[in-house]
Design a binder for this molecule. Sequence first.
Ligand code: NAD
Ligand code: UFG
Length: 336
Amino acid sequence: MNILLTGGAGYIGSHTIVELDKAGHSVVVVDNLVNSSEESLNRVAKIIGKQVPFVKADVRDAVSMNAIFDKYKIDAVINFAGLKAVGESVAKPLEYYENNMNACFVLLNVMRKHNCKNFIFSSSATVYGDPAIIPITEECPKGECTNPYGKTKSMLEEVLIDLQKADPEWNIVLLRYFNPIGAHESGLIGENPNGIPNNLMPYITQTAVGLRKELGVFGNDYDTPDGTGVRDYIHVCDLAAGHVCALQAIDRKCGLAIYNLGTGHGYSVLDVVRAFEKANGVKVPYSIKPRRAGDIATCYCNPAKAKAELGWEAKYGIEEMCRDAWNFQKNNPEGY
Ligand code: NAD
Ligand code: UFG
């Protein structure tokens, strides 16, 4: 298939290009580079042996999006484009709603106009709020999101569900990602956050490489085995492969489908610190800090549905996630 990746220069998008190419698909990338660098696409070219077509444009720009659909025969779209920093979304709600919602609306309109009705959406475990069921299945009711970023994911899910109901020609897959970490084994592509990292693994790797003094562990009084937050970390290459499998659902005209993409294992913050130190033989100094507003104690999934219906399951464990995250950081101490 010929797949358009919006936000394809970003962390998950760049890894997904590699998996799509491996599976024999062609890729076109559109990205405005607001949170990424074109260098990631040059690195992808080194891995797959060819440069993928890239259009630098904002997905909210309907003229540019129409031009892409006129030029390339697009069979399906994977919509990675979006702003994703939880804290920033609280400070800049209008920017987050405007970017994430409008980009999706413009895209869906342009797709409809070109009769391309196959869509994969990057959703998030955040839509479960403080989950009612652990491990989380797709039947778990959605919960209250505590920040505008999470609300854009939850609201766009509703928009997409309504759209597919109104026009059953659409095939729409909502992929609820758990916590992607790690990097491609080559060390060429990986997570490259701007400024001070918000997420655990980039903070750990930047501490280990000496860019940060110590990791702050946000709370050790949660109702978890060691008191620190428990999450379902998933290797980004496994997550990327999940998108290739989701295309099979589209191929067999799934209508609307929802899948959790996680490993089904929960690791605490201190588990991850220890696993990182063991896998890489480096120390990660840390100290306990107060809880971070909006955090929940435990979040991990039951990934059985994706296995049963897509034949997808995570291959990599926490050791490989830590090894590959460190490999990228070591090879790129200042990022791309
Ligand atoms: P990322 O920031 O690395 O990638 C997103 C890309 O979208 C960036 O390259 C950015 O430049 C681009 N972009 C943003 N707004 C755009 C616009 N209006 N037009 C064109 N390009 C635009 O983030 P990521 O980690 O690769 O995440 C990809 C998607 O997955 C996002 O939608 C994110 O919300 C979602 N997601 C990520 C995580 C995670 O932990 N990384 C978890 C759940 C869901
Ligand atoms: N943590 C620390 N110190 C840090 C960063 C994080 O102790 O410096 C802890 C958090 O408190 C949490 C765990 O590490 O217990 C994971 O935190 P992350 O910020 O890495 O991930 P979250 O689970 O909070 O959020 C991530 C994405 C969201 C997404 C959510 C669910 O950042 O975008 O997963 O998919 F919505």
